[in-house]
Design a protein around this ligand. Structure first.
Ligand SMILES: [Zn+2]
Length: 426
């Protein structure tokens, strides 16, 4: 995406002067496979420090007469590499010029440039893959691409229109991969806006002058200033990885080429681990996970039933053993150790079913607490909890007859219980 090429504009005297003075010749426009090149250093000036691997580092800005380094633009990130001995840290498009940000001073005169090829080729695979995938979404399903981002791990296009269905996502991926298997030529075309429009360019651009467009034979033609592979076979493979809503549009995640191989390998690695832990074959994974979830739900249900039975039996014991205080209010205060947290509530509720009885339960290890009372006990457990939490901070709440909370520090469980007991007795 993106597609103006100001430095190719001809016919204007001022523009020509600028070309002769400063404009950087963009070698990647006509040869995206150029990795090593010779250039003349026109200037090298100190630049703002840049973020390096170990903090901020000094930097210089180099202008060349020509370059194979691609600057960040049109959704494609910049190249890295070497300019003589200097490491290229960033490449910026500044209109007519391309600024190379490097880690040391470069002498004026001749210099050799070397583009970090694995990084660049990866960007070419992703970028041509994007043109192709966007073309398939448009052609097959009438879903136009409104923006493109090439990230460090994942690439995205934003589609306009309704939510793409699963069939559309897979359909566009399949159609794009079919064009990849046919290994169709990818070529650079130049023309005016009108000429490109006549050729059926996918996206109209507003810019005048000579424009650059990328053509995938019998599949796509769109304005673009980026670097592309020379035939679709070099994209290798496109995998759609996800789709989510972003503002008005639908963001489709995808990877191409080496990245597709990498994510597919990682997927298999994860599946292999899951097959091992679930003891099943690959195609049985979804069923095995469903079965596990069903078992978990059934286990949880029977645990709840068992805890309720335990609560009923234990509550009877605790309530009858609870000492009777002033006004005949009985208080069952227990610091529970090693109990299931889900036992607290049914146990407290069962105890509070006994006439004028208060249950004060605290789980020692976690600081979870539940207080409950028979309404005739006539205490205000909400107020009791408030006082307890004022001394032993935690989060919780409830009503006059039932409260639950969790202390921030489980170490104060015993002290909190003692405080609650004394407040009830008061
Ligand atoms: Zn493009």
């Amino acid at each position: 995406m993106g597609g103006g090429i100001g430095d190719r504009q001809i016919g204007c005297e001022n523009a020509c002067v600028r070309i002769f003075c400063m404009a950087t010749r963009r070698l990647y426009y006509d040869d995206a496979y150029l990795q090593n090149f010779d250039a003349r250093v026109l200037s090298c000036l100190p630049a703002e420090p840049v973020q390096g691997a170990s903090g901020m580092q000094p930097a210089w800005e180099v202008l060349l007469d020509q370059t194979a380094f691609y600057p960040s633009s049109g959704g494609q990130p910049n190249d890295l590499g070497l300019l003589g001995e200097a490491a290229v840290l960033d490449v910026r498009d500044e209109g007519d010029e391309i600024a190379h940000i490097v880690d040391r001073e470069v002498a004026t005169g001749g210099v050799k440039g070397c583009v970090n090829w694995p990084r660049r080729f990866d960007h070419m695979q992703q970028h041509t893959g994007q043109h192709l995938l966007s073309a398939m979404f448009q052609e097959r399903f009438g879903l136009p691409t409104v923006s493109f981002h090439l990230g460090v791990e994942i690439c995205t296009i934003d589609l306009q229109g309704g939510e793409p269905t699963r069939d559309q996502l897979i359909g566009a991926q399949r159609a794009a991969n079919k064009v990849i298997f046919e290994d169709r030529p990818v070529t650079v075309r130049y023309g005016t806006r009108e000429q490109l429009a006549r050729l059926g360019v996918r996206k109209e651009v507003e810019r005048e002058g000579l424009l650059r467009a990328i053509e995938i034979e019998a599949a796509d033609l769109q304005p673009c200033g980026g670097t592309h592979v020379k035939s679709t076979g070099q994209i290798g493979m496109i995998l759609v990885r996800g789709c989510s809503k972003v503002r008005q549009d639908w963001r489709v995640e995808f990877v191409c080429g080496r990245r597709a191989e990498q994510v597919a390998t990682e997927d298999f690695e994860r599946e292999r681990v899951l097959m091992g832990s679930l003891g099943c074959a690959l195609h049985e994974l979804p069923h095995a996970v469903d079965r596990l979830a069903a078992e978990r739900d059934a286990n949880f249900k029977s645990l709840r039933a068992a805890l309720q039975q335990l609560a009923t039996a234990w509550a009877a014991q605790l309530a009858s053993a609870a000492p009777s205080g002033a006004n005949g209010v009985r208080v069952a205060a227990v610091l529970l150790q090693g109990a299931h947290p889900e036992l607290l509530q049914p146990l407290a509720t069962e105890i509070a079913k006994n006439e004028r009885t208060v249950a004060l339960l605290v789980l020692e290890e976690s600081g979870q607490l539940v207080f409950a009372q028979h309404p005739a006990a006539g205490k205000d457990l909400g107020a009791v909890l408030k006082s307890v939490l004022a001394t032993h901070p935690g989060k919780g709440g409830g009503s006059k007859d039932f409260v639950r909370a969790k202390l921030a520090d489980a170490g104060s469980s015993a002290a909190a219980l003692e405080l609650a007991k004394s407040l009830i007795a008061a």
